[in-house]
Design a protein. Structure first.
Lengths: 114, 112
């Protein structure tokens, strides 16, 4: 069964450093998303990406964040200068276009900022 | 601003009985509703969905009911099995391709 894959599974970084989280969405999907879940809190939407541009973003997704689809298979989330409060599980998801189609999530990357 | 609310943080049910998980939403623009199941250290796994034009959708042991006038949906699992023990998230969006708004989740424990 096709799945969304994320690497790395766990990333530890020092405050102020840049991190890139990587995702390979399901191959025939055209919508791509990043979500995050801070420990003990709900899953929160960050950004959606369609047709090589951001289609929607939340207020969490400020100038520190960027997304890119550098080639036909990868989808990345970059955090330029990490803060302690960026520590969370980051989930990539993808979906097909059309009515009533669900998003499939990856296993997540646990980001720990120290 | 909590647009999707799951007011029960936990639920315990005996194996073989019905589990009912509830969810309320506030945004009348939401058109598409989903339930995801999540185990610790894993991503959410899609379970079942319903669009606003329906009031019920069934898939095996899982049934989702939608009451648009009350802005309420529920997930019924019958019969419940120990393997159903997980955190269940309700999510809502304007439609496919739009942001999913998640509830805080309900932790279901099914005991033998």
């Amino acid at each position: 069964e096709p799945e969304v894959t994320q690497t790395p599974s766990h990333q530890v970084t020092q405050m102020g450093q840049e991190v890139i989280l990587r995702c390979v969405p399901i191959s025939n999907h055209l919508y791509f998303y990043w979500y995050r879940q801070i420990l003990g809190q709900k899953v929160e939407f960050l950004v959606s990406f369609y047709n090589n541009e951001i289609s929607e973003k939340s207020e969490i997704f400020d100038d520190q964040f960027s997304v890119e689809r550098p080639d036909g298979s990868n989808f990345t989330l970059k955090i330029r200068s990490t803060k302690l409060e960026d520590s969370a599980m980051y989930f990539c998801a993808s979906s097909t276009p059309g009515e009533d189609t669900e998003a499939f999530f990856g296993q997540g990357t646990r980001l720990t900022v120290v | 601003d909590q647009q999707v609310k799951q007011n029960s943080p936990s639920l315990s049910v005996q194996e073989g009985r019905i589990s009912i998980l509830n969810c309320d939403y506030t945004n009348s623009m939401f058109d598409y509703f989903l339930w995801y199941k999540k185990y610790p250290a894993e991503g959410p796994t899609f379970l079942i969905s319903i669009s606003s034009i329906k009031d019920k959708n069934e898939d095996g042991r899982f049934t989702v009911f939608l009451n648009k006038s009350a802005k309420h949906l529920s997930l019924h699992i019958v019969p419940s099995q120990p393997g159903d023990s997980a955190v269940y998230f309700c999510a809502a969006s304007r439609n496919s391709g739009y942001a999913l708004n998640f509830g805080k989740g309900t932790s279901l424990l099914v005991t033998p």
